[in-house]
Each structure stands twice: as structure tokens, then as C-alpha cells.
Design a protein around this ligand. Structure first.
Ligand code: NDP
Ligand code: MG
Length: 384
């Protein structure tokens, strides 16, 4: 059996490690050819020894020697720096690039991978938030599929399998509501990162966990869905569903609604992205409706969670607005994680940056890169 050859960008993260668990469970189906990390050199060494890839990259160049020395007795090629990420994705031995970096750093390697005609398994939603139009066009031009890893988008994708050209009436994008769901506006003034990092249903990296608490993650996912499925923002409705059992749903022209359900386990959407259109066995818990007994649904509250409204605004304004929003969010999210700013200030920093940084209606890649720098600088100036 032909083994699909994987490059896993961000292999030391939450998605990266779960992708490796899938690859390990299906050693007959996958070979790991490239692994990359930012700082976590110890785990990268351990992964390289276990999976024996062709190449590893550590983005932080200060860690290069440690990595090189630790793998000196192996055949693994060792590279450092963010430009090396853009090189390894083009290696002829790679079939699928799993983009599981966090933040804007995922953009350029994903572009290079698409240009090199590699299939993309996309976890890094920021890539589509920042430059969705450019990325989707590039994927069409290069006949490259972008397979969603994000659980909601995998759910929507699974609902659309077999639907051919049938138009989508509406996407129901589910959200757990995060750890702050029941808090009043007053209580939200005092929340700190440690509280946000206790996500009720999913265990994820720290940046996305904060984004989930602020609902910026759901805003990002709305934009991600717009680009992946060609559906306008007005037809994407966010539904708060605290049990995270319905991973999202699609309503069609005849009123039929298809939903994809399952226990919250990211290995399932990861594996589906890697095996599509096939379904393969996967170990783990199974959904038990009798144990669940109740599924509940609420409307999101954009008064307490303004980041969701900002994302709809960015999607409507188009151009580089979502890129501005993403950059401001990366700065504010990090400052919140470091306990430098409160939750209301986080929201204000993003809103103000969106008002002040120069809007460009038809951005090129250079404009996105420039916008990202400028928006980060502006957002940081509001904090420090
Ligand atoms: P983590 O923080 O757990 O992992 C991020 C990975 O990217 C790590 O390997 C990290 O290396 C590496 N990395 C971080 N910054 C850089 C950089 N500047 N340059 C190069 N490498 C970098 O994140 P997650 O796995 O949680 O999330 C990854 C992406 O997937 C995000 O875009 C997120 O929104 C998305 N996603 C995540 C889900 C989840 O369940 N976790 C669900 C759906 C989407 P190091 O370990 O060395 O820091
Ligand atoms: Mg998600």
C-alpha cells in the first residue's frame, strides 16, 4: 500500500502531537518526512528519533546547534529559521503538508506548499483569516485541495460530501462558548488568563484557548468557513452549544439540516483530512447518546463578546481588514496571557487597531505582510 508522506509544521504543538498519534496508529498508511517546531527542541529531538524523518526545522535559530548535535548520529537533515519552513514544504518526498503552526507564521509556508502542489491539511486558521482570498485563489490555480482540520470545518466538509452542486442555505457553526460563557460583563472585567486556559471541552494550545474564551476563535472560524466553502458571512450563524457534540451543521435549500457529531477528539478531523475521501478505523471513545441525554443551544452575546462582532465586521469590510484584526489579536492575546491587560482592554485594542491602521481594498501578499507589521506595531503601542 502506498504510504502518504507527511510534513507536519508545528509537530510539537497540540495539533502536531495528535497528528503524530494518528500517523503512529496507521503506520501502514503514513510516513512522516518533515517535523518542525519553534522552541521546543527537546520534544522535536524525541519525535525525530521516533519517526526518523528526512528533515527537521527549528524556527528559533538559537536552538540550531542543540538540535544538530543531538541528531548528529542520524540521517535526519537539520535546518533552522523561518525561511527553512518555506523550503522543507517543497521537498519532493512530501505529499501532504499539515499546517499546524500557530498564528501569522503559518502564512508563508502554506503559500509555498500550495505553489509546490502539496495537499494542505489546514489547522492554521489564521492563514485564511489573514489572506483567505489569496490562498483560495492560489489553491484553485494550482489544483491543490485544502482539507480542513478545524473540527467545525471538518464537520461542515463532511456534511457536504455527496452534495455536489447543491447550494448551502446556511452554515450552523457551533461554539462551546468557552470558560467565560456564563459570566456577566462586570465579572468579565476581572478575568485572567489562568481562568481562560481551563477550556471546558477541548484541550488545545494556549493562544487558541484564549481565542476560544474571547470568541475571537469563532470569529476566525466564520471567516475560515467563508473562504473554505464560499459562503457569505450572513449565511454563517454561530450557535453556542456547550457540550461540543454537534461539531457544526449545514442547512440546504429544502430545509434539511445535516450535522456531524462525535466526542470532542481532534484526532478524528485530523485523520479525516489525511485519509479523505476514505474513512479509516480510529481508536478512542465513542459517542453515547444515552450518557449525553441533553444537547443545548444558545445565541452568542456580542455585547459581552465583542470580538465575534469585530470578526463579522472584518469579513464584511474585506480587503486587509481581517489581517489587521488578526495581527492586533495576536498582540493583545499574548499581552492577556502575560497578565499585562484585562479582557475589556484586549477587545478595545483590537477594535481600535481596526479603526486606525490603513485599509487596503485589494491587497497583494506584500500588502498583507506590511499590514501585519503595521497593525502589530499599532496594537503594541496601545498596550505598552
Ligand atoms: P500550539 O501552541 O499547541 O502549537 C503550535 C506549534 O507551532 C508548535 O509546534 C510550536 O512550536 C509551533 N510554532 C509556534 N509559533 C511558531 C513560529 N512563529 N514559527 C514556527 N513554529 C511556530 O498550537 P495548536 O496546536 O493548539 O494550534 C495550531 C493551529 O491549529 C492554530 O492555528 C490553531 O488555531 C489551530 N487549531 C488548533 C486546534 C486544537 O485543538 N489545538 C483546533 C483547531 C484549530 P513550539 O512547540 O516549539 O512552541
Ligand atoms: Mg474549531
Amino acid at each position: 500500500m502506498y504510504k502518504k508522506k507527511l510534513a507536519i509544521l508545528g509537530s510539537t504543538g497540540s495539533i502536531g502531537t495528535q497528528t503524530l498519534r494518528v500517523a503512529e496508529e496507521h503506520g501502514d498508511m503514513f510516513e512522516v518526512r518533515v517535523l518542525t517546531a519553534n522552541n521546543n527542541v527537546e520534544l522535536l529531538i524525541e519525535q525525530a528519533r521516533k519517526f526518523n524523518p528526512d528533515a527537521v526545522v527549528i524556527a528559533n535559530e538559537d536552538k540550531y546547534e542543540q538540535l544538530r548535535d543531538a541528531l548528529a548520529d542520524t540521517d535526519v537533515k537539520v535546518y533552522a529559521g523561518s525561511s527553512a519552513l518555506c523550503d522543507v514544504v517543497t521537498m519532493p518526498s512530501v505529499d501532504i503538508v499539515v499546517s499546524a503552526l500557530v498564528g501569522f507564521a503559518g502564512l508563508l509556508p502554506t503559500i509555498e506548499a500550495i505553489k509546490a502542489n502539496k495537499k494542505i491539511a489546514l489547522a492554521n486558521k489564521e492563514t485564511l483569516v489573514v489572506a483567505g482570498e489569496l490562498i483560495t485563489q492560489l489553491a484553485i490555480d494550482n489544483h491543490v485541495p485544502i482539507l480542513p482540520v478545524d473540527s467545525e470545518h471538518s464537520a461542515i466538509f463532511q456534511c457536504l460530501v455527496g452534495e455536489g452542486d447543491n447550494a448551502v442555505d446556511k452554515i450552523l457553526l457551533t461554539a462551546s462558548g468557552g470558560p467565560f460563557r456564563k459570566m456577566s460583563k462586570d465579572e468579565l472585567k476581572g478575568v485572567v488568563a489562568a481562568q481562560a486556559l481551563k477550556h471546558p471541552t477541548w484541550s488545545m494550545g494556549s493562544k487558541i484557548t484564549i481565542d476560544s474564551a474571547t470568541l475571537m476563535n469563532k470569529g476566525f472560524e466564520m471567516i475560515e468557513a467563508k473562504w473554505l466553502f464560499g459562503v457569505e458571512p450572513d449565511k454563517i450563524e454561530v450557535v453556542v452549544h456547550p457540550q461540543s457534540i454537534i461539531h457544526s451543521a449545514v442547512q440546504f435549500a429544502d430545509g434539511a439540516v445535516k450535522a456531524q457529531m462525535g466526542v470532542p477528539d481532534m484526532r478524528m478531523p485530523i485523520q479525516y483530512a489525511l485519509t479523505y475521501p476514505d474513512r479509516k478505523p480510529l481508536s478512542g471513545e465513542r459517542m453515547d447518546l444515552f450518557r449525553l441525554s441533553v444537547l443545548t443551544f444558545e445565541k452568542p452575546d456580542t455585547d459581552r463578546f465583542p470580538c465575534l462582532a469585530l470578526a463579522y465586521e472584518a469579513a464584511h469590510r474585506k480587503g486587509n481588514m481581517a489581517c489587521i484584526m488578526n495581527a492586533a489579536n495576536e498582540v493583545a492575546n499574548l499581552a492577556f496571557r502575560r497578565d499585562e491587560i484585562s479582557y475589556p482592554i484586549l477587545c478595545d485594542v483590537i477594535a481600535e487597531t481596526m479603526q486606525k491602521v490603513q485599509y487596503v481594498a485589494l491587497p497583494s501578499l506584500d500588502v498583507y505582510l506590511q499590514t501585519d507589521k503595521e497593525a502589530r506595531r499599532y496594537a503594541a503601542s496601545l498596550i505598552h
